[in-house]
Design a protein around this ligand. Structure first.
Ligand code: PDD
Length: 287
């Protein structure tokens, strides 16, 4: 039986209850995080919490928990669930504004945030091995989400519809482009392209989530390699002509995309730059 955290208590999942008047349920009025861990070690824990705190501040939600509190909470979840879930777990955290007695769009003043966290099994850590890489087919589409994609909000309908669009087309992700034709991100991933050995990813803005895998990867590449890395606008044409495309997220780390709209990316095989990048990421992600 798995143990979850809800509003200060560690309880069996079956006993966790929240009100249907919770604004997370009624409005998607909340923030979430997904933090991976392997054998009890989190990847980018402080960075994930910093992004969550920033999102909560933007929504004026204050659960009154600091980094050390979150660390204690998440570590306890890993420990309590190690026997049932295993040693590779991601911790999902969700903080909503809380439950009021009536439904009203305005922020209620005197309610307490609802804090929920649970852990779930994830695959073993990705390895830098071309033969073992999890590879993806994607389609492209126009980004029809809102103008606050930098907030990791539980209001994920825009992302869900885009993800489903890719899924319905037989793909596993969708690469999204803004009204100017520039790449933003995927439905649940950030995107990198490689051309002639140069690595590029879109710059941070309200158009995309500041992914923690993206952040760690950029830092690692800049610190531990001489590879050229750019944060800049990337057109659809550039994506379609790229030698390599990668999608990044906490669960995937760096995953090669081998097909876009049914066409091969580069020569259609896992690239050498991916291999070098995943090697560096695997070596330094816990630094
Ligand atoms: N998705 N962009 C979007 C829209 C995302 O939802 C995610 C993560 C990312 C990658 O961010 P990170 O590297 O911090 O995981 C980019 C999570 C895992 C999810 O919704 O399950």
């Amino acid at each position: 039986m798995s143990i979850v955290y809800l509003n200060g208590e560690f309880i069996p999942a079956e006993q966790a209850r929240i009100s249907p008047m919770d604004r997370g349920f009624l409005f998607g009025d909340g923030i979430y995080e997904v933090i991976p861990s392997y054998n009890g070690r989190f990847v980018g824990f402080a960075e994930h919490i910093a992004r969550m705190q920033q999102g909560l501040a933007e929504l004026s939600i204050d659960p009154q928990l600091n980094l050390a509190d979150w660390q204690t909470l998440a570590t306890r979840l890993l420990q309590d669930n190690n026997n049932t879930i295993g040693s590779n777990q991601a911790v999902y955290i969700q903080v909503s504004r809380g439950a009021d007695t009536k439904r009203n769009h305005a922020f209620p003043l005197h309610i307490k945030p609802t804090v929920f966290a649970y852990s779930f099994a994830i695959a073993a850590e990705p390895v830098a091995d071309k033969a073992k890489a999890s590879c993806y087919s994607v389609i492209t589409g126009q980004d029809l989400r809102w103008q606050r994609c930098h907030i990791k909000s539980t209001s994920l309908l825009g992302n869900v519809l885009h993800y489903q669009q890719g899924y319905a087309a037989g793909a596993q992700e969708i690469l999204l482009f803004d009204a100017q034709g520039n790449l933003t991100e995927g439905a649940a991933v950030n995107v990198f392209v490689v051309k002639n050995g140069v690595i590029a990813t879109p710059p941070l803005s309200h158009k995309l989530l500041p992914g923690i895998t993206r952040l760690l990867l950029l830092n690692i590449l800049r610190k531990h390699s001489t590879m050229q890395v750019e944060e800049r606008d990337i057109s659809e044409q550039e994506v379609l002509n790229a030698d390599e495309i990668w999608i990044t997220s906490s669960s995937k780390e760096i995953a090669p995309v081998l097909q876009v709209n049914g066409q091969p990316v580069g020569d259609g095989t896992v690239g050498d730059v991916w291999l070098a990048a995943q090697q560096l990421f695997s070596a330094h992600k816990y630094d």
